[in-house]
Write a new protein. Structure first.
Length: 284
């Protein structure tokens, strides 16, 4: 299976791969390991072992870019990080507004909570510039800080976990990165303290929450290369706003109808666009 007679031994982490994967790719992994560690010091060899072990764990958990779960995390990562940044920014802006209005510092977050918020926002900023390895690292730091909090946000942990678990050797598409920015902006602005009275006066509370998710869902469905992963990614990232109005059966029916309508609008727009180019649309 794997040649053990080379100048460098096979990586110890090779045994962590599933048997079938090891039989198919063991020789290739071993050769790459030997090329990378030839003449290297112990630290470099240890780093290569860790990289192989991490990849083996991803293969076992179906989180590589070639497996369905891995492709979903890769697609969902920009939307999830945008949603996490929006939730964090909304909370910080509301807290700052209360402190300024009431001169009460009791609502200020603690050091650990503030560090988690800053790490989340910094991860979002780095993702905007395409620095996904650093964005993943800061997201992992935010997850650790949130786990240590007693009253951590229920939404931030799963959203940031998707970013941490995304395949490290790939990056989200440009379309998803741009729409993620749109989602972050549209979901944060309605919660900004200045906008809240206007939304309440217009009686558009539910629309203010669902509208951004509907817009991004329709836009992504109409865009080129849309797959079920993209639809699920937008819906997953929109859960903090989708679930809020669903406390009653009527609210649940309104949410389901609104999201279905948004998907149909995007589907129709995408079909018409492809019809103009003479190509067929993939099944979504």
């Amino acid at each position: 299976m794997t040649d053990m007679t080379g100048s460098q031994p096979a990586p110890r982490a090779l045994s962590l791969y599933p048997r079938r994967y090891r039989a198919e790719h063991g020789d290739e992994i071993t050769q790459l390991y030997r090329d990378a560690t030839e003449g290297a010091n112990a630290h470099a060899r240890l780093r290569e072992d860790w990289d192989i072990a991490a990849h083996a764990l991803r293969v076992r958990t179906a989180l590589t870019s070639h497996q369905p779960l891995g492709r979903f995390t890769l697609t969902a990562a920009p939307y999830a990080l945008a949603a996490a940044a929006s939730v964090t920014a909304s909370r910080l802006s509301a807290t700052a507004f209360d402190v300024i209005r009431n001169a009460d510092t009791a609502s200020l977050p603690g050091i650990g909570d503030l560090m988690a918020c800053l790490a989340t926002l910094a991860a979002g900023a780095l993702a905007c510039t395409g620095r996904w390895p650093r964005a993943r690292a800061l997201s992992a730091l935010a997850v650790v800080l949130l786990v240590a909090q007693v009253h951590a946000s229920a939404w931030l942990l799963p959203l940031l976990a998707v970013v941490v678990l995304m395949p490290s050797a790939a990056e989200p598409s440009r379309t998803d990165r741009r729409l993620a920015l749109v989602l972050a902006a549209l979901t944060w602005l309605p919660t900004f303290p200045i906008a809240l009275p206007v939304i309440s006066t217009l009686g558009a509370g539910m629309i203010g929450q669902l509208g951004p998710v509907m817009a991004v869902l329709a836009w992504r469905t109409a865009a080129k290369g849309c797959t079920p992963h993209h639809v699920l990614a937008v819906l997953f990232a929109g859960l903090p706003w989708i679930t809020t109005p669903t406390a009653s059966p009527i609210g649940l029916a309104i949410v389901a109808t609104a999201l279905t309508l948004a998907w149909c609008v995007g589907r129709t727009a995408g079909t018409r666009r492809l019809a103009g180019t003479g190509r067929s649309r993939p099944h979504v």
